[in-house]
Design a protein around this ligand. Sequence first.
Ligand SMILES: Nc1ncnc2c1ncn2[C@@H]1O[C@H](COP(=O)(O)OP(=O)(O)OP(=O)(O)O)[C@@H](O)[C@H]1O
Ligand SMILES: [Mg+2]
Length: 507
Amino acid sequence: MLSKVISFALAGLDGIPVEVETDINNGLPAYELVGLPDAAVKESRERVRSALKNSGRKFPAQKITVNLAPADVKKEGSCFDLAIAVGILKATEQLTGADLAGIVFLGELALDGSLRPVTGILPLLISAKAKGYTSFMIPSGNAKEAAYIAGVQVYAAHTLTEVVDHLSKLAPLPALETAKYAGASPQDYNCDLAYVKGQATAKRALEIAVSGGHNILLVGPPGAGKTMLARCIPTIMPSMTFEEALEVTKIHSVAGILSEEGIVSLRPFRTPHHTATTVSLCGGGNRTIKPGEISLAHNGVLFLDEMPEYSRSALESLRQPLEDGVITVTRSGGAVTFPANFMLCASMNPCPCGNYGSADKICTCTPAAIHKYRSRISGPLLDRIDIQVEVDSVKYDDLVSDAKEESSAAVKERVERTRGIQRARFKEGKVRVNADMGEREMHEFCALSRECEEILRLSFDRLKLSARARARIIKVARTIADMEGAEQIAPAHILEAVSYRTYDNFN
Ligand SMILES: Nc1ncnc2c1ncn2[C@@H]1O[C@H](COP(=O)(O)OP(=O)(O)OP(=O)(O)O)[C@@H](O)[C@H]1O
Ligand SMILES: [Mg+2]
């Protein structure tokens, strides 16, 4: 007997339909799995055999051949277990009366016959829906994330027995109800700008950075509050739309780090350790290509605390995704592209001892040591950081003062207004924020007066800026103008933007 069951394989963030063909023949008992399976897929035999037996079904003592088609797509992981088990049941006539046509089966089997959740359910379902599939059988552990997809019928089962009873109409499972996306508010984060005392300059710089999607570097002595400030960035970013949340959830689902809620509604804030390798930052892996930190930070913030401590090669690998907003990971089996549109926030001390430039503390570093420390960040990377701001130590009086600091919610409201201006300006294009502007948009929206040009010329010579730095200054000035609701970029906007470029040639 022959049976055919549909499943899906994951390739990056895409799903590819896989037909599981099962053929049972009289002959010596054997189990043959063909169609480019990896080790985890091959091991399905033991899981499927035990799961069937422990669910009170028969595992035929015949020659079983399972083919995963198309044969040229590499099959990875354990998500075909359920489809294989259902295929064997169908081919051995243990599933009479069940119509399997059009149903996509996904899930890993445990030896006792229960269904284990698998990674990447959300991207698999989205791809499958786009390809016209509307009926799914998945493990109940994946139900929360699957519920966010509207317009499809998803059935979630705890065990293989539940699947069989549903298919043979003994005990039909209810289809999942579509979940409503609620979004997040600043209160959902465990930090708030209101708790950061003083630091007006740094806060202003953060607001500009978030308003226009610019990257930012915080430079200051130890304990000044750099990490604290950085943690507040997601709290002042606009709430994620459902589409943005789905993009992030897809990536987190593939990486297998999705939380209980099933959808990521808080903006990601990723803090890779400074020993991070290029692979852990950009993605890769031996068996399955997994997204790296920069993709996990998609639509959110990548925070590099103590940036000079990161390896040079790891930092350099950020250059291309910082320009493109995507990363293509290539390995022998093919190439996968992951989104990587993140805001970069980096922090560093001004020198190894941390006190260089401090008003009251003495720096004990030699000029050579300072130079060596700072030169660990290459010019081209620094060039891509639009805003560089010094964070001074907080004064004791500021720290204990009762002065009320502005809350994240209030700043977020202003940021949303400024983002609204940008949305209206760029309409439905690839460019979403000022930082994304290309030559064409800059030409159209960043006309400069003679006076502005003159300031730029002087700064260009004095600060020895690059052409890219000049363009980035203009973009920051555009954001500052937008924050004021100004149509034209004024000299004051350019001056403020230039003031955030003081670290360009510090090494
Ligand atoms: N402006 C501030 N308002 C209130 N508390 C602050 C402020 N700055 C620092 N602190 C306190 O100091 C602690 C350390 O701050 P934080 O970790 O942000 O410093 P840092 O600048 O990142 O230091 P390092 O360079 O050592 O990493 C915070 O957890 C907070 O308790
Ligand atoms: Mg810190």
